[in-house]
Design a protein. Structure first.
Lengths: 298, 298
């Protein structure tokens, strides 16, 4: 872990903002830190509320205008954050000029759980323009957890092997550059996350359980969602995340909780996550992954 | 590969039959080979048509009756084949007596793409009762493919890297005991199969593409389904399979074809698979996986 908060550069934190609440949380943290924020709100993705910060709205095709505004605002540190959509079926472009950076940004969503090499090229392209890329957690360290149980509920002894199996499987998936999340019940991986994302994976397990329930079986909550970053992942731009919606998904899927890597998975709105988890009686546990656990992953 | 056809024992091939067409295909092959078949048709799973072979209908709870009938029919070689359903939420039982064998048989479906250790225990339990377990492909060698393109269509040069990536990812998933199939497009793993099975994975990708198409994009077919057995998998009882339904799923998901491991993936009704693939203009290619490809899998 780096020390929380950027320290090398001055000037406001530039935030390239996709969809969701995370860009606003990071911008608020940048303001609270005294650095301030300058938001590049991506049209069609970013939330309107970002207009309360110094900002411009931009399309992915306006790369040079955006770079000009970032420099005029004295931005040297950049955070790339929020959801973006990559249409299926588009091929990879061969060059990585500014246009392509924006194409790639627009299309980040399906990279979220994979394609670290592509993301690394985007980072390199921004760095070549003179910017330092920071992770959301470096600007807003309150968005990651130390090794704790967040709420009132802790995993029971029967669930611990599923958590271990889940980290093993999630890190293995990550090493294969497939994804960063799995759902495990009684030692069995029920679902592995690739391009569809965590929410869709949780819905899938909810449907599987509904089918069994329709067959007349009453099912106790069972199984755990486990998320860990890919060992090859650049945490600055491609960090796994959970949030209030994840807790609802866990409950709908009939799971008993979620386990994440401490310091390495973003928790959007941790207070609300804790409240929802306690209300539903599910756990949110953050575990320290040893370096060897990461490198032994197959 | 063993030589096709069982040779050590005599007497009819015993077939513990779950759902689908495969038990009938294996029984027919056993008859054609001159050995003959004795089918244990599992109630609620096996197809009615199996009654044309010497058979009994049995429930999973009737283990001793079944063993008695198998012995009376002079069966020494057994094939365990067909689909069975394992309800989510049932725990693993601790002992593996005859009752549990049948419980496990009933519940094989969710083991299909995982839990090789459990299957191995089932095999061991049958072997302890004096039976030899054969793979469906040993009785019906026409159900696996040598390294060929089955139909008129072959993968183009753009698709070859996706096939390579797919085998790498599928074998990696298998090594993690997660599953045996992936869908890859332009180097990206769109979907990884765990407990939901191949058909459900294909439906998921079909939905993902439909969402993009609804957003106004016209999508060319792109991406490939890749299936390979888990390196730790006992091919006698847990072999991956494709069939006519898979081809329909591939077409619905907008993929260009399917790649399977030569000799190691069952093809149900290869003639019909070939016909449907040619009609749809998709490929079915079987590739020889080197031993090192299997052992290098991570």
């Amino acid at each position: 872990m780096k020390a929380p908060g950027p320290t090398l550069n001055s000037g406001p934190i530039g935030i390239i903002a996709g969809s969701g609440s995370l860009p606003g949380l990071v911008a608020q943290a940048a303001v609270s830190s005294g650095r301030g924020a300058f938001v590049v709100a991506l049209e069609g993705f970013a939330e309107k509320g970002l207009s309360t910060f110094p900002h411009i709205w931009a399309r992915y095709s306006e790369a040079s205008r955006v770079l000009r505004h970032l420099r005029a605002a004295d931005v040297s540190d950049l955070v790339l954050v929020g959801g973006l959509q990559r249409p299926l079926g588009l091929g990879y472009l061969k060059d990585f000029g500014p246009q392509v950076i924006w194409w790639a940004l627009r299309n980040l969503d399906l990279f979220r759980s994979g394609d670290s090499a592509m993301l690394q090229k985007i980072v390199t392209a921004f760095e070549r323009e003179g910017f330092t890329i920071l992770g959301a957690h470096e600007v807003a360290p309150e968005l990651v957890l130390p090794p704790i149980d967040l709420g009132a509920v802790s995993p029971d002894a029967n669930t611990e092997p599923d958590i271990d199996r889940g980290f093993e499987a999630a890190i293995g998936l990550g090493t294969l550059d497939i994804g960063q999340g799995v759902i495990v019940a009684r030692g069995r991986v029920l679902a592995a996350e690739a391009a569809e994302g965590t929410d869709a994976m949780l819905e899938r397990v909810a449907e599987m359980r509904a089918q069994v329930a329709n067959a007349g079986r009453k099912l106790k909550p069972l199984g755990v969602l486990v998320k860990a970053p890919q060992p090859i992942q650049d945490l600055r731009v491609d960090m796994p995340a959970i949030g209030p919606k994840t807790i609802q998904g866990i409950v709908d899927a009939g799971l008993v909780g979620v386990a994440i890597a401490a310091h390495r998975v973003l928790v959007l709105d941790p207070e609300e996550v804790r409240r929802l988890a306690d209300e539903a009686g599910v756990f949110v546990t953050a575990r320290k992954l040893s370096g060897s656990a990461m490198s032994q992953a197959r």
